[in-house]
Design a protein around this ligand. Sequence first.
Ligand SMILES: [Zn+2]
Length: 337
Amino acid sequence: MVIEAEVYDTKPEPDVFRTAVIYDDVFLEHDTGSGFPENADRLRRLTKHLKEHPVSNQLLWAAPDEKIDPVPWIKAIHDPGYVADLKRACEAGERQMHGSADTPISKRTYEVAAKAVTGSLTAVDLVMEGRVNNAFAALRPPGHHAMPANAKGFCFFANAAIAARYAQKHHKLERVMIVDWDVHHGDGTQSIFLEDPSVYFFSTHQYPFYPGPSGSPEITGTGAGKGSNLNVPLAAGGGDKSVVKVYQMQLTDAFRKFKPELLIISAGFDAHEADPLGDLGWSSDVYAELTEILRALCREQGHERIVSLLEGGYSQRGITEGVRRHIEALEAPPKKP
Ligand SMILES: [Zn+2]
């Protein structure tokens, strides 16, 4: 009887993983042509580097959840006409969306971009269901320049914005914050939530720089969204110190006032000192430092819910070391206050 009772009381082992990494080989199938900075080799290098590193064993490697249909969630943010146009252009074998060299496409681009959305929503599910504390999606194409009705700047679907809306509609959250540390301003994400007080958008970015005036600190939201958009421009060459200070001051203030129930990071690695596009000169270690600040702020709110989505990052060191330092800091046991 005693043995039976013990067996009856035995619960499944809880997941020991703190951090999930979402990845699928299909992300390599968005073909941007030779010499283009946003290419499949970025992810090949990243996954090889992670798998060869001891941290890999600490991670829950997961594929995008096939049970999720991303299309309704894509259409919750993007104009259905644009979604149909992208699908048609890819199937027709066209090589550029809207005739722009900044948005090269291939036969499978629509499918891959939709799968990147599925990967983003899978990350939200794993975190919201408590399977892990936080998740990083190693995906492409990136999303933060994508506009409601057009592709832009290597981006097709707004992964972070779609994930934020999904967390609100599917997981019933009220307040989601998107923090964007890509070297470029996340103009797509900003435009989607400019009038929406329920999604706070915070961005540091090199300025003046691509994509232009959208990154101005004077843009703080409109209508009901006034005060839920914060742009902190950084001068070229600012290095680690300037961004850490911004995270300790402006970001910390904004976070404590807004009290997000979920934090989404638009995690680009093109502010890295080795990046061929950006000039902010950040070290690999600063990605761990920023991550620790964000984790500590979440813990103040009584949770650990961080979903991090890959955006840019075009150097070998930025996309390997930078991402790994970020993931190591996501995975590390929480520091005592
Ligand atoms: Zn970028």
